[in-house]
Design a protein around this ligand. Sequence first.
Ligand code: SF4
Length: 752
Amino acid sequence: MPLGDLTALARGVRDEAYGRRVTYSPKVFIPLTMLCRDRCGYCTFAKAPARLTSPYLTPEEVLGIARAGRDAGCHEALFTLGERPELRYPLAQTWLEDNGFASTVDYLVHVCGLVLEETGLLPHANAGALFADELAALRPVSASQGMMIESLAEDLEAHRRAPDKEPARRLATLDAAGELHIPFTTGILVGIGDDRPGQLAALQAIAASHARFGHVQEVIVQNFLPKPGTAMAKVAPCPADDLLWAIAVARLVLPPEVHVQAPPNLSDDLAPLLHAGIDDWGGVSPVTADHVNPERAWPALQTLRAATEAAGHVLAARLTIYPAFAQDAETWLDPALRFPVLDVSDAEGLARDAAWCSGGEVAPPELVGSGAAPLPSSRWRGPVAEVLDGVALGQEVGHDEIVTLFSARGPEVRMVAEVADDMRRAIVGDAVTFVHNRNINYTNVCTFKCRFCAFSKGPLSLNLRGAPYLLDLDEITRRVAEAEAEGATEVCLQGGIHPNFDGEYYVHVLGAVRAASERIHIHGFTALEVTEGARRSEVPLAEYLVRLKGAGLKTLPGTAAEILDDDIRAQICPDKINSEEWLEAHRTAHSVGLRSNITIMFGSVEHPDSWARHIVRTRALQRETGGFTEFVPLPFVHMATPIYLQRKARRGPTFRETLLMHSVARIAYRGDIDNIQVSWVKMGVEGARQVLQAGANDVGGTLMDENISRAAGASHGQRMGVEELETMVAPLGRPLVQRSTLYALAGTASAS
Ligand code: SF4
């Protein structure tokens, strides 16, 4: 088959599996030892002892490299080393003995553990042909492992003096890794003497091993380049067409879930590699050289991104372990690695792409606004662009389209944000609205055991910030009077579910508010609180809600929704009301004339599929009742929460995910919900300002006494005055306008 036809076929398979996404792993390269007992004909990595100051890097040197990588935003520590040097060089044997290690692999296990422990970088051990016990010893300290098959030809001159390159040894290592459930990277080296049938046979052998164990996460197709001073210095480099043929054949021979990689530093033109079917560039280091190919520098990340985008693809950072393996951690990761992987993962199992986290103090990356990357041309194609084309034609986005929009990366994020911002302008205009309100959290004592909650003081609270409290009713009255005197138009009432509360308690709270003010809007009581209140009063929910309404309640907050996906609720709030009960509580509230809003708490353990489910279910209820006023994304603030301290959750959503939550919601709720709110408590001023350019139109309340995010570790303050809100909004050139809880704007008839 002509090469052009072959690469077109491969491209089709790649596009079907991965869309326009091309990944890379930001890494540091740690050459633990450059001594090797093999003498491969193409290799300049292996050195004679006389050319090295020490046979091995010391632990301090290893940690120095790893720390520099961590500070530069890397997630992977790639350990590359010669094979069993102690069997050839007494010097290596002596060094190992002097330092208390039985072998090179024994020392590798030690330093992988150090790097993991001290820096959080995920080790990837690339230690050659290993035995099962060695692979097993590395599994608790490396998130993935690798070994190039290179070639299965028995008689290659290049491998004549390399006992570890014996094909049966390589295949045995590959299978042993599979038996041990190790996510594995392997590959072929094209141009070292193998013919095309030989390369095909090697790829088929890899595919067969993967068919048995499911463990091959990626296959590297690497081109041979001659290096001065090697036995193969005068051999011609791998012709470009041979490399493209091998890439295309790899893509067609391997199942779609196995990624295909070509190193970007070994080719001058990157577009043909993408055209031939790769979906990964492998490890790219901002810190260290490619010690195997030191004459070929890594492309700078900006160059790699530009080349990738110029070819119509988006670049995404990944971890050394690919998402499919990371998300099935029970199978593929030693228990010791599960949290370290989770801790640097985003919601798709790729790498967190910036240090920002919700509630924290690190500034967000600039994704929209004047400093952001320019929009791609209108010719940009791919799944995200296709969904946006449908949106432009007025089509509704369903579950799958919503998941696709959440997958936006690189320039696609800006595309989604721009569409959402245009929609915001058309639907609600330029006003940035806020409500002048006060939070009153009457108690932090709670019988429920929500694992994301650092506010409640129950038996599961691992980090007790402050003492349990219960405000008395007089204090509630006093706080309401104080708030109204300061101009508040709303009080927001929420609290824990105190074991001593009965249904009457909430009626008394409403009475305490009304004792201070007849006018102030009472926004209060989550679906959980009213469901519990009705249950403890032994009356139907509708009857109970009518009672609360009669006592002054006007609207319900959407909190307690968390994620409306019961599989996720089972992990994060197992004893709370389920999705259907939350929906039913709001359906009932709407039926008795109480309005409410929708929240989503995202970024702990769930994936975009759950976000889409949440949006679709709440949209359906809105179409049924019309009772929701706004959508309020609440990014998970992780710092002091039990589930994070128990090492079972991510560190909240990334900034990209958070921005997209507002944009995608704007698009998905078009025609159903007009108001998308950004939480300044969780986003900070910089983050909120960007989100206001990505579909959001409201900044919520001034708050006074925000307690819940602060208990989880947020540091953005407990209140925000109108002047501060004005400072936040001013650079956008849009007016800040006070609103009522029901979105009557100041100067118009009050709807509160
Ligand atoms: S989220 Fe609410 S119900 Fe859950 S533990 Fe915290 S206070 Fe209690």
